[in-house]
Design a binder for this molecule. Structure first.
Ligand SMILES: [Zn+2]
Ligand SMILES: [Zn+2]
Length: 144
């Protein structure tokens, strides 16, 4: 079995080699709000070697200080699909809304909640951080 997904127009298909939907987190930072045009981004971290992509993608690299983020989009419909980052080699950050059965996803953590749009309520039992999360705590939240 694999987890499947794809872009809005269907030209690009994603497949993640795992049986169950991956845990996802919401990032409420201003960069994610701008990049998504929405209240937050919803993302899954998966080992890059477990992700296979078919179809035409376009790559956009964003370099800041000490890292380069490589963003992948569908050539045709420009849906955001996933990115990698030189600070976390081997990890793909998949835009969770591209996954099939996205209505079954479980949001396990919220980060950068200081920038959360105030109409978005957060469940008290879900781990959340006002800014970025310490990596060990963040991974623990996603692995619960
Ligand atoms: Zn597309
Ligand atoms: Zn963000």
């Amino acid at each position: 079995m694999a987890i499947t997904g794809g872009c809005r127009c269907g030209a690009v298909q994603l497949e993640i080699a795992r049986d169950d939907l991956p845990p996802v987190y919401a990032c409420h930072c201003h960069i994610c709000q701008r990049a998504s045009g929405s209240a937050f981004s919803l993302q899954a971290l998966v080992p890059e070697e477990t992700l296979s992509v078919t179809g035409p993608i376009v790559v956009h690299e964003i370099t800041t200080e000490d890292r380069t983020s490589t963003q992948r989009f569908c050539v045709t419909c420009h849906s955001r699909l996933y990115n990698t980052n030189t600070r976390r080699p081997g990890i793909a950050v998949v835009r969770a809304g591209t996954l099939d059965r996205s209505e079954e996803l479980d949001c396990c953590a919220h980060i950068y909640t200081n920038y959360r749009q105030r109409w978005v309520p957060l469940p008290a039992e879900v781990p959340q951080w006002g800014e970025g999360a310490p990596m060990a705590d963040f991974v623990a939240a996603l692995m619960r």
